[in-house]
Every structure is written in C-alpha cells, then in structure tokens.
Design a protein around this ligand. Structure first.
Ligand code: AMP
Length: 592
C-alpha cells in the first residue's frame, strides 16, 4: 500500500458544518465537543427545515444520527429555560422505556449549554418520582405513550405550552398497539405546535397519521445511492453482530485471525477514536488515532509511523480518512455500522483495489441490523453475517500460519545450524515428537503473549423487531403494551461515557460544589453511564442534570454529584441494585 501525507487538508474540522445548517454557536459547539466532525445525512436534511419551523416526515432507522436530527432543532426552537419558563415546551414520544432513557440522555447532552431540563417518563417507574420531577419544572419530556397518557388523564402533564412534538420510531409505536394513545396525546397538544415524525418505514398507517397531524411536512429520506456497475471493489464483506461491550474483544479477535498487513478501523466520533486507540494500545496493538482534532503536523507524524510500519493500524473518523491519500489497505473495519450507505461505500473503497481482494468487517449491534440491510439494498451487495471466530478458530488459524511459515523455511533451506540440535535430540526422542515440540514453541511465540483473549465472544441475535409482527401478535401487544414498556433492554445501545476532558466541568447551574462518589461496580458488571444516571435520578430523586461527569473503569465507577445531595444519594443507592448487583457507594477518597 502507499500512504502519503495529505496534499489537501480535510475541510471541516470545526463546528462550521453544524453552523451552516443554522444551528446556534452554543449547540454547534456542544456537538463538536462530543467529537462529531460533520452532520450525518439525516441531520443535514432534517435540521434546516425543522429550524425553519416546518413539520418534517422523516424516514430513518436507528443509528443514522436521527436523535440529534430532531433534538438539536427542538432545543434551539424552545430556547433556554433561563427566562423562567416553567412549562413543558418539547414533547418526544418513543416506543420503549430504554429509548426514553437514551433519548433523554441525548437531549440532556446536546442541551447542556442551554441548561435544558429533560425528564424521561415511562411505565414501570414509580409515579411519585415522576410527579416530583414534573413539579420542579421540566422543559422537555421524553415519554412512552402509555405513561404519557396516564399523566395527561390525571392532570399531571400539562402540554398546553408544547411548541414541538416529536414521534420517534412511530412505526414501532404503532406495532406495539399505541395508535389510540397517540391520537389522544396528539389532541392534547396545541394545534399550532410543530411536529416531526420519524419512522423506519413509511407504511400506510404512518402515512395516515402524517396526513392527519402534520402540516405540509417536508419529506426527508436517506437517499439510497447505487454504485455504478464495475465500480465495485473486490471486497469480502462480513458483519459480526455483537453487544457493544464485546466489540473491542471482537475487533481483537479479527485482528488476530486475519493478521492484516494494513488496516483502518473507522469510528463515528473523535472521542471514540481516542478511546479505542487507547484501549487497543493497552491490549498490545500498535494503533494510531487519526481525526479532525489533530494538527497537520500530528497527522503527518501518524501517517509516517503507519507507512514505516511503526504502527500497525489506524483508527480514524470518516472526515480524517477522507483527506488521506491511502491507496490500499488490506482490511477495513467498521467499529460501528456507518450512518449511511454512502459512508460505507467510501470506507470499503479503501480496500480491495489493484486486483487484490480486500476484507471489510463491520461490527454491528443487534439494533443496527436494519442499517446493514439498508446498506445491502443500496449497494446491491451481500454482507454476510457470520459468527465471531471462536478461540478454537483462532488456534486453528494460528497453527495454519505457523505451518506456512515452516513451509517457507523448509523451502528456503539454510537450516544447517539447527540440524545439529535435532540430531542430538533424535538420539533420545522420536523425530516426529522433536518436530512437534518445535512447532509448539513457534506457535506459542507467535500469539503475541498476552494478546489472546481466551473468552468466547457471544454473538448477539438481531432483535425481533426486524420481523414485522403478524396481526395476531399486534393485537396481543395491544393488551400488553404497558408490560412491553417495562421489559428490560431489547438491545444494547451505545451510551457515550462522558469524555474525560469534561471532567470537572460538571457544575450545577447554581454553581454549587460537586463531590465525586465511588461506586463499587464497573464495566465488568456491565454498568453503563445510563445505569448510574438512572439509579441516582430514580432512587435519590436527583435531577439527571445535576449529575456530572461519569467515569467507568473495569471494576468501579466515579460519578460527580452535588455535594449537598451526596449523603442522600449514598443512602438511597445502598438499598438498590444495578444490573442485578447490589450497589455499594461512598465518597471517593481522592475527592472531586
Ligand atoms: P441515533 O441514530 O440517533 O441512535 O445515533 C446513533 C449514534 O450516532 C449515536 O451514538 C450518536 O451519538 C452518534 N452520532 C449522531 N450524530 C453524529 C454525528 N454527526 N457524527 C458522529 N456521530 C454521531
């Protein structure tokens, strides 16, 4: 491969691309701080009309960046709460409790500079907590339809000031039997509000809702690009479906199996690039990060090391890689499914050139299955979903590699100085055994010592939601809809741990002190930021806005909370469980 340093530096490494969509400097800076380098397709298309006050009917699947596509305009349109507004001005309806938490967390993240108060409300959570939070004043509510309607009927959810309503995953809400609830909620919000409806499909029931409740909506669909015949590179395209927490192990397994000569791993954000590079470094891989946060000089240095073989893999964002003159790599790995078919094609176009077969591996979460299908439809190519190689596969593969190395040596000769050793041993041992022992030695030496993770990596099945329910299932769902809301996670979704750089910035709006809590559960227990936010907000009745930076290590977590609430939180947490494990929390001795 040839890898030259850039002739033309990539263009948008600041928040300019988001500003161009009409977003305020504060919001553009907020997404830039999250490591987003450029808007995704759905964001590029949906944000301007939403900012202009138009209704939008959007067709986009999860994983395309659609949450930001509606959340950013919503935040900008409803403005900050500093003017003393107490009323709910944004309402987002979502099908499940998981999604309610995730979307609320995203709105909180994007809305941080505007001091927006967001509250998820869903079935299964104690009503009292929701009532208390609602009383304190909330700007944006993210709710499942059943629970929203409960509150409306009790008179505890005042929607008369709602300026923007979002129906997220509307097809899913209908499939779950929420049609009537949606109608009732839609008639409880002011007629002059703005409405955005997002759905993965445009089934006729969705079109009916849209025609009844949206006003001259702008239709936004992720364009399906088709590659011209003959342009397609020779690439073997594979996807592994794994849970997020197994992705690094899966990537390591791919690296060990494939023994790639040159490889680029693509991530969505700068933050992810940095984190993954660090993690891979910790596992003994020589990885280099390449993203828009680097100076030209740093980029040149990274490329030089990659060219010289001082680093074996590049971890990059799309934008950073686009500016590079990299002719050919043997492997492209998508650490996440790319947000559009176009991005996928650009990425895999890096490999499989000049008559050689390249390999493109995509690590997808179960919930991203639909995105993979979209890509297949757009590219008219098959992505084969395979099982992550097992430990046994890895051993077999390594033996194969050792065997071919031995064959090369045998052909090249020059073994005279070693024959003496074999001859000496052959007096005492069977020659075959001597050879086998030598192979064992070579094999063990080739595994990179600690690299091999002995654990198996489970494959995550695609979610059931991809199979459209039959009529019978649908009506059963209607009866059980509140139950559905309470079901545990239907799939794992990435929840950005807050970047380290943000630590210490977590100040409450009133500037009160923060304290760091030590929670004796970490990644190994499956803990994610949302679990901690959820537990603290629910158990101690703390506004999630008041929870600051969260750091999760393998064995423990550190969470910044308001100093004056710390003792209450410790008490409340000690009676509860996270991911089925009892929580022990105390003030972190190192202090915040
Ligand atoms: P969603 O489709 O809203 O579930 O978003 C999928 C993932 O993409 C989330 O992890 C977001 O944080 C991330 N994301 C959203 N917009 C961007 C962007 N412009 N650049 C990079 N990542 C993004």
């Amino acid at each position: 491969m040839t890898a030259e340093s850039t002739a033309t530096p990539p263009s948008s490494f600041d928040d300019g691309a988001f500003l161009k969509l009409g977003l305020s400097p504060a919001l553009a800076a907020a997404v830039s701080a999250l490591g987003y380098e450029e808007p995704t397709d759905i964001q590029r298309e949906a944000i301007p009309p939403l900012l202009a006050g138009r209704d939008v009917l959007g067709q986009a699947a999860t994983g395309t960046g659609k949450t930001a596509a509606f959340a950013l305009p919503l935040l900008q349109r409803i403005g900050s709460s500093d003017d003393g507004a107490q009323k709910i001005r944004g309402l987002i309806l979502v099908p499940t409790r998981e999604l309610a938490m995730q979307v609320a967390e995203a709105v909180h993240k994007y809305g941080r500079p505007l001091a927006i108060r967001v509250l998820p409300i869903y079935g299964g959570q104690a009503m009292q907590q929701q009532l208390r939070a609602l009383k304190r004043g909330v700007d944006v509510v993210v709710a499942t339809p059943g629970r929203a309607l409960d509150h409306i009927r009790r008179g505890t959810l005042a929607l008369d000031a709602v300026q923007m309503l979002v129906l997220d995953e509307a097809d899913e809400m209908l499939d779950m039997g929420f049609a009537e609830d949606l109608e009732a909620i839609l008639s409880a919000v002011p007629a002059e509000r703005q409405t955005a409806l997002f759905s993965a499909t445009m089934a006729s029931a969705i079109r009916t809702i849209a025609s009844r409740h949206l006003r001259e909506p702008v239709r936004v669909t992720i364009a399906r690009e088709h590659l011209a015949q003959g342009e397609t590179p020779r690439v073997r395209e594979v996807a592994y479906i794994v849970q997020r927490r197994h992705k690094v192990a899966a990537l390591a397994r791919v690296l060990d199996m494939e023994a790639p000569t040159s490889i680029i791993v693509f991530c969505r954000t700068r933050t992810e690039v940095d984190e993954l590079t660090e993690t891979l470094g910790g596992r003994g891989y020589r990885a280099e990060a390449l993203h828009g946060g680097l100076s030209q000089e740093q980029r040149d240095r990274v490329m030089r090391r990659f060219r010289d073989g001082a680093s074996e893999l590049l971890v990059a964002t799309d934008v950073a890689a686009r500016g590079l003159d990299i002719e050919h790599v043997s492997h492209v790995v998508n650490f996440d499914v790319p947000q559009s078919p176009d991005a996928y094609i650009h990425r895999i176009g890096r490999t499989g050139r000049a008559g050689r077969e390249g390999i493109a591996v995509t690590l997808a979460e179960a919930r991203e299955h639909r995105l993979l299908r979209n890509i297949e439809q757009a590219t008219k190519r098959k992505i084969s979903i395979e099982s992550v190689p097992t430990v046994h596969d890895l051993r077999t593969r390594r033996l194969e590699l050792t065997r071919s190395s031995l064959e090369e040596l045998l052909v090249s000769g020059k073994l005279d100085s070693y024959r003496g050793v074999v001859e000496a041993l052959a007096d005492q041992y069977d020659v075959l055994d001597v050879a086998a022992a030598a192979v064992k030695l070579a094999d063990e030496a080739s595994d990179g010592g600690e690299r091999e993770a002995e654990e198996e990596i489970p494959n995550a099945a695609p979610p059931r939601r991809d199979e459209r329910p039959s009529r019978a299932t649908r009506s059963r769902n209607e009866g059980a809809r509140e139950g559905r809301e309470e079901r545990p996670s239907r799939s794992e979704r990435p929840r950005g741990e807050r970047p380290r750089g943000e630590r210490g910035k977590a100040r409450r709006r009133d500037g009160a002190d923060v304290t760091r809590l030590y929670v004796a559960l970490g990644r190994k227990a499956g803990v994610r930021p949302a679990d901690l936010v959820g537990a603290i907000a629910n158990e101690a009745g703390i506004d999630s806005r008041d929870i600051g930076a969260i750091e999760i290590t393998d064995r423990f977590s550190l969470v910044e909370v308001p100093d004056d609430a710390a003792d209450d939180i410790i008490r409340a947490l000690s009676g509860t469980t996270i991911r089925g494990k009892r929580v022990a929390a105390r003030r972190d001795r190192a202090g915040a």
